[in-house]
Design a protein around this ligand. Sequence first.
Ligand SMILES: *Cc1c(COP(=O)(O)O)cnc(C)c1O
Length: 416
Amino acid sequence: MKYWKKLSHDEQDIIITKALNENIDYKQNISLGIPASLLDPFVFYDQATFLKDAPLLRTYIQNPNHIGCHTLGDSEVFFKGTQKLEQETIELICVDIFKAAPDTCDGYIASGGTEANIQAIWMYRNFFMQEYLAQPSEIAILSSQHTHYSITKAANLLNLKSYSITVDSEIMQIIASKLYEAINTAKSNGIKYFIAISNMGTTMFGSIDDPAVYISALKKHNVQFKLHIDGAFGGFIYPISDAENRINFSNPYISSITLDAHKMLQAPYGTGIFLARKNQIEYVYTKEASYVNGMDLTLCGSRSGANAIAVWMILHTYGPYGWLEKINKLIYRTDWCCSELDKLQVTYYRHPKMNIITIPASHISSSLAHKYGLVPDTHNTEPSWYKIVIMDHVELQHLNSFINELTKEIHATTLQ
Ligand SMILES: *Cc1c(COP(=O)(O)O)cnc(C)c1O
């Protein structure tokens, strides 16, 4: 670990206080031009005594705007203290979690995984258009059938075709021959450039795509491509639970990654993370954004700096070992639940290093699924699957009550 370490509450407070002091102080400085201020003090009382122990809440009150991207070029000087902590957070995640060499990546705290995925596809579309003079009609997205719908949104917004690749429903892996065929079909439809989205933890199954399947198929076809990892769900789990895995920046083909801090990291909603190797994010530069200091390279405009501080605090409160313990606890609970299901001979899909268990709906009555808050794969028709996601609040005792009721249900039906 180069940057990631555990810090006490007091140590964090000192660093955040210093950062807040480097931001604009509207009470001390005269600032006539920026359309920003503190949270409305008439509504949000800023003299409450508990604020002195709560650096995140003080950040909310000070309300820094982190508009733009702070890993390159200039940024708004008004909020440079907290923007520096965002930049350090991005660098920490790139280097210490995703094995990038220091100072080789850009990134920013986005509003969520959806934005980060759209940002990636937007960046690659423009890359192909600018570098290869490609038409949007010559660029397509490739991803598995279990890919998150944000990729469909991106295809729609950016006017790109997308090809969905069938997955083997036993092992939940992309069927290489289907991918090969899809690339063939795409080529015959005039596609010359590909943006492959490889999942690190699909939303419904927690399955992990093997990016090598995309790389080898696209190389065999001898076409230009870019490869993005959607780690919105698995990005803060899988690199820790399977530390030897190579789905990270040590793989030269992987050029950007999405994470969500508001899922496993339990940060406030509105906190996604976009990471990209250097010299790419410039392809989405909006030169018309001339009133903003620095380059506008992000899909969203103004955004709260408090979200960056929240991510920084979570990572530094746990430190790498605390986070490893937390992930292992969740993996342990998942293992436990799986072994109980095995005893009941209930089948399911689970990636061994992930915390999602997806059970065929035929094993569970809809009332039991409803009672325990299991999530179906569809709300529109009869579900095929229900999933259990072992988050922090899902404890063994809860899993145990579910297993007990499932056992009763299974016995009752076998007696009929
Ligand atoms: C949740 C999720 C997203 C979208 O994230 P939001 O934060 O809801 O925008 C994208 N991809 C995957 C795999 C996800 O699980």
